[in-house]
Design a protein around this ligand. Structure first.
Ligand SMILES: Nc1ncnc2c1ncn2[C@@H]1O[C@H](COP(=O)(O)OP(=O)(O)O)[C@@H](O)[C@H]1O
Ligand SMILES: [Mg+2]
Length: 267
């Protein structure tokens, strides 16, 4: 189907995420135009790129919220795009955190972190609540277990959403611009939780515009533009000394929006 369907290689089995030749169109809009990249176990990879470049679609193809048109996606050795995939089993290994937290408004923080454990994993109430409390504690919300979403700040709600994902015991965490809906003063707490996860060895694929986070926490940065990987490399090098002009232009806008508005053709 893709020209890339060579037999599975042993090396793939060890990788958290392996993407080859991934293509996805919506009607005539070709959004992903042949994506290749991987995430090693324990690695933190940040995906950066302009709005509309396909970052969310890429993440959504990893857990089949979108069905790829071509190419292969493997997650912890299982081919997500294969004909016999048990997608529910794969999704249980992948935690996802979105820009919008999507908490149930009528459930407390504890209830929000408990419900999928009970319905999807079949855990009994006591065990689900024990695991929920552990994970709420891990994101710094031990004192908010009984609070409803409306009683929590955006940053606290996002941390509940992270706890909810962690409570399922994922092997890989996907984050799609987790801080971009937050007031600036609330961003740091969420990034701090993510940094802690990274330090604890969680495998993470993170779409973000937070370049200081990418530089300090990511192992690698992938720059996506126009549905292709323009370049990728070690985080520090990608952000301070990218190889491609398109990456430079993008970074100059993200790192210094005011300067980007003032003059074109600068630096
Ligand atoms: N479900 C969808 N149906 C139609 N078009 C979509 C859908 N999802 C995304 N797109 C289009 O795909 C392109 C890339 O979107 P997206 O992956 O959200 O980019 P990014 O996250 O980088 O901003 C955009 O042109 C967007 O309008
Ligand atoms: Mg997006």
């Amino acid at each position: 189907m893709t020209g890339l369907d060579t037999p599975a290689r042993d090396a793939d089995g060890g990788r958290a995420i392996e993407i080859r030749g991934l293509r996805k169109s919506f009607g005539t809009n070709e959004v992903l135009r042949g994506i290749d990249f991987h995430v090693e176990r324990g690695e933190v990879v940040c995906v950066i790129g302009p709005s509309g470049s396909g970052k969310s679609t890429l993440l959504r193809c990893v857990n089949l919220l979108e069905e790829p048109d071509a190419g292969t996606v493997r997650v912890v050795g299982a081919e997500v795009t294969g004909p016999e995939v048990d997608i529910d089993a794969v999704r249980r290994r992948i935690g996802m955190v979105f820009q919008s937290f999507n908490l149930f408004p009528h459930l407390t923080a504890l209830g929000n972190v408990t419900i999928a454990q009970r319905k999807v994993l079949g855990r009994d109430r006591a065990e689900a609540e024990r695991i929920a409390r552990e994970n709420l504690d891990r994101v710094g919300l031990a004192d908010k277990v009984g609070a409803y979403p409306a009683q929590l700040s955006g940053g606290q709600q996002q941390r509940v959403a992270i706890a909810r994902a962690l409570a399922m015991g994922p092997e890989v965490m996907l984050f799609d611009e987790p801080t971009s809906a937050l007031d600036p003063e609330l961003v740091g707490d969420v990034l701090g939780v993510m940094r802690g996860l990274a330090e604890a060895g969680m495998t993470m694929l993170v779409v973000t515009h937070e370049m200081s986070f990418a530089r300090e926490v990511a192992d690698r940065v992938v720059f996506l533009d126009g549905g292709v990987v323009v370049e990728e490399g070690p985080a520090a090098r990608m952000i301070t000394d990218p190889g491609h002009e398109r990456t430079r232009v993008f970074l100059s806008r993200v790192l210094d929006p005011a300067a980007a508005r003032v003059g074109e053709g600068e630096g």
